[in-house]
Structure formats: C-alpha cells, structure tokens
Write a protein that binds this ligand. Structure first.
Ligand code: NAP
Length: 232
C-alpha cells in the first residue's frame, strides 16, 4: 500500500518513516515536508521525498507524487513547547493552514474508489468544544481543537474521498537525542511510548480506522497489539 508521512523530519514522523520503510506492508512511501528527510536506508528505493517551499500550495507535479495514496499520517504542526517562541501567525499557518491544505490536496489526488485514511497527530488535552474556557494558553488550545473540527467537517462533506481520525497522545516517551531533558510532568499527564504510537498509527493506516479520536490509552492498547508486527 501507499503511505504518505507528513513531517517525517520530526520526532514522531522520523520513527514512523523508519518502521514503515522496514515493513513489507508499505510498498510506496511519500514523505512530505519543508525539508528533506535524512535517511540512508537499504529500503529507501520505495521512498519519494517531496519537499515543498510552501505547504499551502500543491503544484500538478506535487499532486502526481501524492496521488492514489491509501493513507496519510500527518505530524506537521508547531508543538506546544515550540509554539511559545514563535509568532502566533506562524504557529497557525503550520498547524492549521498546512493541515487543511494537505488533506485537500491529498484527497483530491486520490482517484481510487477507496477513501483516503487521514490520521492526524493531535494531543491529549485537545478539545473539539471550542467554547470551553481554557486557562493555559487558550489561543493554542483553541487552534489545535479547531484543526480537529475542520478536518472532521471536511471528511463529513467528502465521505467518499477521505476518512479522518485524530490521534491524541499524551507525553510521548522516547529518545529525543543528546541534550534533551524529560520534563517534570505531573503524574496525571498520560504517557505513551514512541514505538506504541508508531505501531498504532501504522496498524490503523493499513487495517482501517478503528475509532476517532484515538486517545492515549487506545494508542497504548492498539500499539501493544501491533508492536511485533511493525517494530523490529
Ligand atoms: N512529542 C510529543 O510528546 C507529543 C505529544 C502529544 C502530541 N504531539 C503532537 O504530535 C505531532 C508531532 O510531534 P513531534 O514531537 O514529532 O514534533 P516535531 O518533532 O516538532 O516535528 C514536527 C514536524 O512538523 C514540521 N514543522 C514544524 N513547523 C513547521 C513549519 N513552520 N513549516 C513546515 N513544517 C513544520 C517539522 O519540520 P522541521 O523538522 O523542518 O522542523 C517536523 O517535521 C505534533 O502535532 C505534536 O503537537 C507530540
């Protein structure tokens, strides 16, 4: 099957790519982002790396590379911690505008009879009720909730073209490289291991979307079931 991974240069996307490349279930992989993926891999011949200067606009040749995908796992966004150091307009552009432009371009490029499975990485604290009062960084919380709402609206209007599921991990436990420090999180913040997250979304992209949203505990459960299938 053909899988698109948007944001394969990031912490989560990089690991999704690494395991998808090793799995014979994915015969064609397209990575999508603002810079090239850094990969030296014996399986790289099944990879097409699509780098776009502007992730709001998809040329005819970009659309051709994305055409007829079975699934897309979307991890492009400005994460909560990084959002504090950027102007809100930039955070919004990368987190909302690019996601909506992406689902449109990829689903419009799908000429198969089957709807595209679009799995979007959101977060455990995201809420689709945009009227709720949020005290911690309300602008960012509403932005991320709004992305889920817009994705679901698009899928509802285009049921033959796309199905959407939002994965909502808590803190993802994994190796963030040298110098990274694990934050001192309160115990109530849910946690999921990176390999569980990866296995869970790869399984959903192949077997079909089990539910929406996929909460942290669901990612742990589905990921555990699929660990031996995808994580070597
Ligand atoms: N990590 C966690 O513990 C965690 C927990 C809950 C939810 N999530 C969510 O999961 C998703 C992925 O998280 P992550 O930890 O993998 O994040 P990450 O390491 O920051 O990666 C984010 C991806 O988005 C791209 N990106 C960011 N800003 C961009 C911009 N302005 N233009 C184009 N591309 C841009 C990055 O590209 P570059 O590599 O070029 O910067 C990268 O490919 C995010 O939505 C995050 O909120 C993460």
């Amino acid at each position: 099957m053909k899988l698109i991974i948007a944001g394969a240069t990031g912490f989560v996307g990089k690991e999704i790519l690494r395991h998808a490349l090793r799995s014979p279930e994915f015969t064609s992989i397209v990575t999508l982002g603002r810079r090239a993926v850094d990969i030296e891999d014996q399986y790289a011949e099944k990879l097409t790396d699509l780098v776009l200067d502007d992730l709001n606009h998809y040329s005819t040749s970009a659309r051709a590379k994305l055409a007829n995908a079975d699934a897309c796992i979307w991890t492009i966004a400005v994460a909560w911690t990084k959002s504090m150091s950027l102007p809100f307009d930039e955070v919004k552009k990368a987190s909302l505008d690019y996601t909506i432009a992406g689902i449109r371009a990829i689903s419009e490029s799908n000429a198969t009879e089957k709807p595209l499975r679009f799995i979007y990485f959101s977060g455990a604290l995201v809420d689709r009720d945009l009227t709720k009062v949020v005290t911690t960084r309300p602008e960012y919380a509403k932005l991320r909730g709004g992305v889920e709402v817009e994705l679901l609206e698009y899928a509802t209007k285009n049921p033959a073209a796309v199905q959407v599921s939002c994965a909502r991990p808590g803190y993802i436990l994994g190796d963030r490289g040298p110098g990274s420090v694990t934050p001192n999180l309160p115990p109530e913040v849910p946690r999921v291991k990176l390999e569980e997250c990866v296995a869970a979304v790869l399984k959903q992209s192949v077997d079909g979307i089990e539910q929406d949203p996929i909460l942290n505990d669901d990612l742990v459960r589905i990921g555990q079931q699929a660990l031996s299938r995808y994580i070597s």
